[in-house]
Write a protein that binds this ligand. Structure first.
Ligand code: HEM
Length: 413
């Protein structure tokens, strides 16, 4: 297919939406496709569900250590910017065991009351307004406030904190950062997460939060992460600060844009939105997973080949980059029946929105699912209808698929 490399790698492509027709073509005719990069050495695009699963599970062949974003980093950069995501076992297993404690299903279930209070507060803050930007007033607010509660941070810091997270994840969109990676010279910041000086500000903030809790422990995730495990294992400050930055960057806009995608479905399907108040918890859970598949907010993650291997007749060499297109796997017609239809009761729904059931499966998956369910439940209780009230605008990114502006008009019950 002509020019598919340019289409997939260009951040501008995604301003108009996900190029599903390109992925469909690749799945059918070139499932392990060599993809040229404008400023890089190229990579293999993996687009079929079964192959994404295979690569995710075979961590001995496909490593996360050399970076999980498309762009290349040299050894020094990779080392300085390493977080949980850019680790392989046994290093990854050890850190994940420690940081996973606040994110287990049982622990997360305990946050439901707090999330519901926050969802109601976010709705109440609208003060009965009929028209507003859903992204700004709701989808950005709830994940930010919940992360603030989890980390025990004061409300007045949260806006600043999330704008820093946006600058990191949205480092290809000029609205969110002055340091757009493919448009400005960011070489001075190459040793910082996301190649951005913003990471330094987050490190400083995190250090102050750690120091404060060492003096006066509180009941929050930061204090919990300072505690040794039952076998006495602890984390150093650099690891803790990297993890803090990862949570701010990974936990906010992902949940936000998925919430937006769900709301766009409700706008297109008013009859579905009208049924939500009658959905029980298990129906809501199915709906949320279909929103996650449909949205596929993190479109890809990368691995690097550590041993020559073969896939669909292609020779993958040690050091080659392999991009797992989660967004394509989620629409693979050989895995999902009728993938281009939104089926609120799709079951089973083993989507790849959080990665696949392997070492790096999203740590915040239970929390994100709960936030989405509770927010949708509270919206359905509060409003009898939602419609579009203006032009929408998408994020400029080949990594995160999202609508960053969604003006809506609602009818309050
Ligand atoms: C709808 C919302 C979310 C989506 C779509 C999402 C997506 C993902 C994906 C696809 C991965 C796998 C990375 C890989 O394959 O290498 C991942 C990992 C991760 N996510 Fe999420 N995420 C979401 C919410 C959250 C939240 C709320 C948090 C934390 C508060 C979080 C924290 C993490 C962390 C720490 C990892 C790294 C796990 C590891 O490498 O072991 N995420 N996420």
């Amino acid at each position: 297919m002509e020019n598919f490399s340019t289409i997939l790698t260009s951040h501008d492509t995604y301003l108009d939406g996900v190029p599903h027709e390109v992925f469909q073509e690749l799945r059918a005719h070139d499932p392990v496709a060599w993809t040229e990069e404008p400023d890089g050495r190229g990579f293999w695009s993996i687009t079929k569900y079964d192959d994404v699963l295979y690569v995710s599970r075979h961590t001995e062949l496909f490593s996360s250590r050399f970076g999980i974003r498309m762009e290349d980093m040299d050894d020094e950069e990779t080392e300085a910017r390493r977080t949980l995501m850019e680790m392989d076992s046994p290093e990854h297993t050890r850190l994940r065991r420690i940081v996973a404690r606040p994110f287990t299903p049982r622990q997360v279930a305990e946050y439901e009351g707090a999330i519901r209070d926050l969802a109601r507060e976010v709705l109440a803050n609208l003060d009965g307004a009929r028209e507003f930007d859903f992204v700004k007033e709701i989808a950005r607010e709830l994940p930010m406030k919940m992360l603030g509660r989890l980390l025990g941070l004061p409300d007045e810091d949260l806006d600043w904190l999330v704008s820093r997270g946006d600058a990191l994840i949205g480092n290809t969109d000029p609205e969110f950062t002055d340091y757009v990676v493919d448009q400005t010279d960011t070489s001075a910041y190459r040793l910082l997460p996301f190649r951005s000086p913003v990471a330094l500000e987050l490190f400083e903030y995190a250090q102050a939060a750690l120091d404060a809790r060492r003096i006066t422990p509180t009941h929050d995730v930061i204090t919990a992460l300072l505690q040794p495990t039952s076998d006495g294992d602890t984390l150093d400050d650099v690891t803790l600060k990297n993890f803090f930055t990862l949570m701010v960057a990974a936990g906010n806009d992902t949940t936000r844009y998925t919430m937006v995608a769900g709301t766009q479905v409700f706008i297109e399907r008013p009859e579905l939105f009208g049924q939500l108040p009658h959905f029980d918890e298990s129906q809501m859970k199915l709906l949320v997973d279909e929103v996650l598949r449909w949205s596929s907010t993190t479109m890809h993650f990368r691995r690097t080949v550590v041993e020559d291997t073969e896939l669909h007749g292609q020779q993958l060499k040690k050091g080659d980059k392999v991009v797992l297109w989660y967004v394509s796997a989620n629409y693979d017609e050989s895995h999902f029946e009728d993938p281009y239809s939104f089926l609120a009761d799709r079951s089973p729904n083993d989507h790849t929105a959080f990665g696949l059931h392997s070492a790096h499966l999203c740590l915040g998956a239970h929390l994100a699912r709960l936030e989405l369910r509770v927010m949708f439940e509270e919206m359905a209780k509060a409003w009898s209808s939602i419609e579009l009230a203006g032009d929408t605008e998408r994020l400029r990114s080949n990594f995160i698929s999202g609508t960053k502006r969604l003006p809506i008009r609602v009818t309050w019950r």
